[in-house]
Design a protein. Sequence first.
Length: 155
Amino acid sequence: EVMRRYDADGSGTLELSEYRKLVDELRRFKGEKRDDAFESFRRADADGSGSIDVDELHGALQTLGLAADMSQTREVMRRYDADGSGTLELSEYRKLVDELRRFKGEKRDDAFESFRRADADGSGSIDVDELHGALQTLGLAADMSQTREVMRRYD
């Protein structure tokens, strides 16, 4: 679905204009200010425990527009749960939000540089293998099936 949505010409690869649409969509939640991280955390903390468990994190990622499955959500939890508690406290959640903001905060001109880095063979378009590498570089642990889905949506 992802590639289908953004691969306007149906080529199976993302050209720069298609890639920019993907980047723009990933930036949608960028408007959330750092001060709003607490509110985002509070909304995600459904049980009011003061920390976010994996199920709450899964919901938060969905709210942020990141279609992560549970295995990806567990990987995000593992990556950001600095104290190994099995939950994210506010400081750990802020690190996740900050990293997502940095990615989504790329200037439009930076999209070209990001695209150029992802286009390993210099062909002027990004194939599924290059997209997979770019997602990995961004810390999004997508398997090839998920990467193909992203390609279908954005290509």
